[in-house]
Design a binder for this molecule. Structure first.
Ligand SMILES: [Zn+2]
Length: 241
């Protein structure tokens, strides 16, 4: 390819992997090898381009042509020619071509994979109302006196909320807490948690010390003593007195 001032394009390789090559054959005549490939067009489904390549005894490309618009003349370089040349390099391992219709055996008589998802018993549809399974639709394994205890949902929620386990799986069944409610719940702080957070990350309130620190960081001073001497600012919520 270097002889023709060309290299292999990436999409020639990708098209080969995607089985765009329909067929390839070769013939020897008068010391030259003629290769004929058929390559599917990328845009048009039924269009097939014929690629002809003439190689000399050493494998050097002497001439080639392709039926596509870019493939005119004795030295074209379209992706189809690239694909066929790339396919020739794979001859030792076996060239991949488009699969024919009879290449894989028919599977009519084989059992198909079941793709259904599980259904809750209360949503099951039974063909016969006499089926003993119908009674299971309303089945509740709990004893009669433990059905619908008032306040049980809150009791259950507080059990896992107050347990020491971090993020138990059951919490996925509950919606997240109202973050705006936190501001109203913790009204004993001098500022709302939101304001304290904004102060902490230096959005609403910046001290001179922090300002210098940020500025030094932005100038990318790597060995600056001034940076080390500055004490780090800690976040401590202050309680109203
Ligand atoms: Zn072409």
């Amino acid at each position: 390819m270097d002889l023709h001032d060309q290299g292999l394009k990436d999409n020639s390789k990708a098209m080969y992997e995607a089985k765009f090559l329909r067929s390839i054959r070769h013939a020897n005549s008068g010391g030259s090898v003629f290769v004929c490939g058929r390559v599917s067009a990328e845009m048009y489904k039924k269009c097939v381009y014929r690629v002809d390549i003439k190689l000399d005894q050493l494998g050097v490309v002497e001439e080639c042509q392709c039926e596509c618009a870019a493939g005119m003349g004795p030295e074209p370089y379209c992706k189809h020619v690239g694909l066929v040349l790339y396919a020739l390099t794979k001859a030792k391992d076996g060239i991949i071509t488009k699969e024919t219709r009879t290449q894989t055996l028919q599977t009519f008589h084989q059992a198909k994979k079941y793709n259904g998802s599980p259904v809750k018993i209360k949503n099951m549809i039974f063909h016969s109302s006499n089926s003993p399974m119908v009674n299971l639709k309303e089945y509740d394994p709990r004893p009669e006196d433990l059905h619908n205890i008032p306040g049980y949902k809150d009791y259950f929620r507080s059990i896992w909320l107050n347990s020491s386990v971090t993020s138990p799986a059951i919490c996925q069944l509950y919606s997240p807490a109202n973050v705006y409610g936190i501001n109203n719940d913790h009204d004993y702080l001098i500022a709302s948690p939101k304001e304290l957070f904004l102060q902490n990350i230096s959005v609403t309130k910046v001290t001179e010390e922090e300002r210098i620190k940020v500025e030094l960081r932005s100038r990318d001073y790597k060995t600056n003593d001034a940076l080390d001497n500055l004490s780090s600012v800690q976040f401590e919520p202050q309680i109203k007195t």
